[in-house]
Design a protein around this ligand. Structure first.
Ligand code: ZN
Length: 140
């Protein structure tokens, strides 16, 4: 559920029970946004984030089976395997006001979420495997 401003900014909300990252990825694919900025606030029914172990170069998934506020989500859109791809990090708040956070992964289920996607016109940015970090980083 979203609308587009005159400037081309996509503003909307992700529905109850939806997978936050999958929905954001669907929208950028549908709108053919190759480059942009993403932000969101709201709440999750449960969250999954990934922590990247720099020594072993692998992601560890961390699941929080609890209700959490999306204090802030910030991310970008670029191309990965020639497809629009959202990379987002999320800060979550618990019922004591403590913060948790990391790299947003699928299986983060929305309670309510308001988001903005700001597209940029410009050169496309493609992700390529970076040998040093083992991550698919921007090929600039
Ligand atoms: Zn990340």
């Amino acid at each position: 559920m979203y609308k587009k401003t005159k400037e081309g900014v996509i503003i909307g909300r992700i529905g109850y029970g939806k997978d936050l990252l999958s929905e954001l990825n669907e929208i950028v694919k549908q709108e053919k946004i190759n480059l942009g900025k993403v932000e969101a606030i709201g709440a999750l029914q449960k969250a999954t984030i990934a922590y990247y172990h720099q020594d072993s170069q692998n992601y560890e998934l961390i699941t929080f089976n609890q209700h959490l506020e999306i204090v802030s989500l910030i991310g970008n859109v670029s191309l990965k395997d020639n497809t629009p791809f959202v990379h987002a990090h999320i800060t979550l708040g618990d019922n004591k006001g403590n913060l948790l956070g990391g790299h947003l992964s699928s299986e983060s289920i929305v309670f309510a979420c308001e988001f903005l996607i700001i597209p940029f016109t410009g050169p496309s940015l493609e992700r390529k495997l970076d040998q040093q970090t083992g991550l698919p980083l921007w090929d600039i």
